[in-house]
Design a protein around this ligand. Sequence first.
Ligand SMILES: C[S@@+](CC[C@H](N)C(=O)[O-])C[C@H]1O[C@@H](n2cnc3c(N)ncnc32)[C@H](O)[C@@H]1O
Length: 320
Amino acid sequence: MSHSVNMGSQTRGVSPGVEQRKSSESRKKIDDKTCRLINADCITGLKDLPADSIHFVATDPPYFLDGMGDDWDKSKLNKRVKPGVIGGLPAGMKFDINQAKRLRKFMFRVASDLYRVLKPGGFAVIFCQARLSYAVGVAFDEAGFEIRDMLAWKYEGQAKAFSQTHFVRKMKISEAEKNKIIKQIYNKKTPQLKPQFEPIILAQKPKDGTFINNWLKHKTGLMSPDQSIMGSGFPGTILEAPKPKKGTEFGHMTVKPVAVMRQLIRLFTIEGQTVLDPFMGSGTTAVAALQDKRKFIGFEIDSDYTNIARARIENEQELL
Ligand SMILES: C[S@@+](CC[C@H](N)C(=O)[O-])C[C@H]1O[C@@H](n2cnc3c(N)ncnc32)[C@H](O)[C@@H]1O
């Protein structure tokens, strides 16, 4: 896949001369104490983080699209998504009866480690595909989290439902029979309403005593509504922001809006605290955390995406 990372004027398309080399040398690099972008499977990587060391988890896990297993092999995905249709359904809509079960099992392992590394009272926000959100919720519940709420990232998606007449035309029956069926399913579409939101589960590791005791001890468990940057008045459960364009901006299929991540980070953490994203992709959570002066730790299994995240942050020099 092609990654359209904007490398900035110093590196784009030219071999750097002395002046350019000098300026790229003087460019700030990511400081490991503030931001760790780890190219590793979070299932193994999380084991290295100390218990009770993280203030907040914000993540957008993989959910086993068609052809995508827990090995997250994106080459398989690209191959299968290309034609757009799998077994008569658009990519992403081929129902595998075991998809939710596999996701729940995988997310239980992740959630159990997140439970260990989060401080008592610490929150986790997990983006999920609507139809699989129950499996993610159950996994976090089973790992010991309290499911506090369901938020929604609201966006204007594109209708994906499509007609079945194309398949009827391919059937090995007479033209008269085909026309009869087509007449019956005229104006009928596959059952996909236009997507307009993505659920975000708000889970909390149980507090250590009361809200006050927990705050005094761990500085977690309460939120800061005065830090909201979305809408006016008291922050609500709907977070509205346009969907970043698929695969273009940072070469990732499922980039989240920085504004949504910032809103969540600002509500549930304070400056200097550590935000963890075990599935960081192109690093949107990292950018948001650094913009608001939080520390960041992220895991990403794919080295291309890890490099994209690094380039994205280093291009925004004011973050460093
Ligand atoms: C839905 S995407 C996250 C996109 C991200 N929110 C962004 O804005 O770019 C999920 C990411 O998790 C990564 N991933 C999948 N399995 C993983 C694992 N076991 N450990 C770490 N990363 C993994 C994938 O490569 C993918 O980039």
